[in-house]
Design a protein around this ligand. Structure first.
Ligand SMILES: [Zn+2]
Length: 232
């Protein structure tokens, strides 16, 4: 049984959330009776259980929380792979079939556990980035030619709250490294989205009309970014 954490605030409605720790967080108006809150949770039990399953999947999708040991599930371009860690002086990452082989120079002793985990995460991120640079380079070329646009440069890095951004003056595009875990259609959408900003900086109707012109099914691709882990 999970814990129920209630916070009272100056609000009108009761909000129920399931957070990554799988506890139930309730925000309620100051005068809401505890009995009423618990009744509401009981009524919404089915929905809460559904949310819990989604949060569990999201937790599993979030590689940054993992120790990166053999058997861990990791995602690359929308596919699930099983990680196999091999201690090796010459570091490398090689996907083969449904496996990702990680050759990493770890100490593999309990007292070095944390530094080993850090090392594996750095190696994995370097690999994701190397693959991302190749992939976005070809996507930018493809869509620049289709949309008749030019960009000066692009970068890939970890962004906190955006999938990408476009500096319309310098014509530089930045992509979130996290995209590499999603299916390619989502990456294509973000590429077209950021390129479209060169024609229209704001998220106006005109902007989405431009996207529709080059990617009529863009809504499907955009949805993948919001719901991919729900359907795993
Ligand atoms: Zn945008």
């Amino acid at each position: 049984m999970n814990e129920i954490i209630i916070k009272y605030k100056k609000i009108k409605n009761i909000y129920i959330r399931v957070k990554p720790d799988l506890n139930i967080y309730v925000t309620a108006p100051k005068r809401a009776a505890k009995k009423y809150i618990y009744e509401l949770i009981e009524k919404r039990r089915e929905w809460i259980e559904e949310r819990k399953e989604i949060v569990k999947k999201k937790n599993n999708f979030d590689i940054s929380r993992k120790e990166l040991i053999s058997g861990n599930e990791i995602f690359y371009l929308g596919r699930s792979y099983m990680l196999k860690v091999l201690k090796c002086k010459k570091e490398n990452i090689i996907p083969a079939g449904r496996m990702i082989y990680m050759y990493v120079n770890i100490k593999d002793k309990e007292e070095y556990k944390n530094s080993d985990i850090r090392k594996k995460h750095i190696l994995l991120d370097i690999w994701y980035k190397k693959e991302a640079l190749k992939l976005f380079d070809s996507l930018i070329k493809k869509y620049c030619s289709i949309m008749n646009l030019e960009v000066n440069s692009f970068t890939v890095k970890k962004l906190k709250s955006k999938w990408g951004s476009c500096d319309t003056i310098k014509k530089n595009i930045t992509f979130n490294l996290e995209l590499m875990k999603y299916p390619i259609s989502a990456l294509e959408y973000i590429t077209v989205h950021e390129l479209a900003h060169l024609l229209e900086p704001n998220h106006s109707r005109k902007f989405y009309n431009i996207i529709s012109l080059y990617m009529p099914e863009w809504k499907k691709s955009k949805n993948i970014l919001d719901t991919f882990f729900d359907n795993l």
